[in-house]
Write a protein that binds this ligand. Sequence first.
Ligand SMILES: [Mg+2]
Length: 336
Amino acid sequence: VYTYFLKISNIITHSSYIIQSSNKMRNLARFALSICRKLTTTAKLSWPKELLNSAETFVFDCDGVIWKGNSLITGADTALTYLRKQHKNIYFVTNNSTKSRGGYLSKFASLNVEAHPHEILSSSYAAALYLKGLGFNKNHRKVYVIGESGICEELACNGIAFIGGPADSDKVASFDHDIVIDREVGAVVVGLDRGINYYKIQYAQRCLNELGAHFVATNRDSVGHFSGEGLWAGGGSMVAAVAGCLEASAPPPTVVGKPSPFLLEHIMRVSGIGDPGRVVMVGDRLDTDILFGKNNGLQTLLTLSGVTTMQQLTSPSNHIHPTYYIDSIADLVPKE
Ligand SMILES: [Mg+2]
């Protein structure tokens, strides 16, 4: 039944281009489409202006939406420029913790895409914000980092002491010698770390099990588009390695990236946005981006330019349905 109505929805959507010269017919098609949307829960975004008129703020994921690795997704820059001309607020929320906000600003600049410091919210920044909220910038407790320079830069920027990170990437654990841990560690932050090793996992394990340190995860993404081609193991694989050291009854890590509401609450607070229904979350992952939007009452737009395929979206086993889907954010620019 789901597939049947989805097909009808798409036929009406495409028919609308042919009959759009007639206002009455167009309105009729829109009405039919809205009925189909209710039945199918997801429809292809065929009238971008309908979404543009109902939203004032767009929150974009980055990997698989704006770029893939170091390659800009075709037309993404044009779409962002168009939204700015329409006076829409723009934010970039990324779970990729390998860069700080400054690192992402440089990346946007290298791709010739306009972005401003207040618009960028990375999970590395979220980790620092969360720990700042716990007083780590004042209580002199340290953070052990399994992650890259992005997390370390954000912790330093927010006055939080840390150890580990890239500095421990070459260290080797030996069963002949205990690893001496710093007893002032009060939190372990785990994010994507291309230098993860057994030494870091053991250090984190002792901080969590012996010191009762807070366990903070930037995200639990299974995979990501970190290069132009193919998928790479995501931050979730590092989090799982550390979580595997804990008792089954231990509480799960605090996730500060998507789908946790932490960064959205920050956006709402600093920007003064009152109605989450006027915000659109645009992303390529169902279990983080779209879930993040749905959990927080946002409109959601899945782009098929990243990790999610049409087959996965329409699979009967998928229970996370965005408001709309689109091939690429380039299609946000109306063609008429
Ligand atoms: Mg993504």
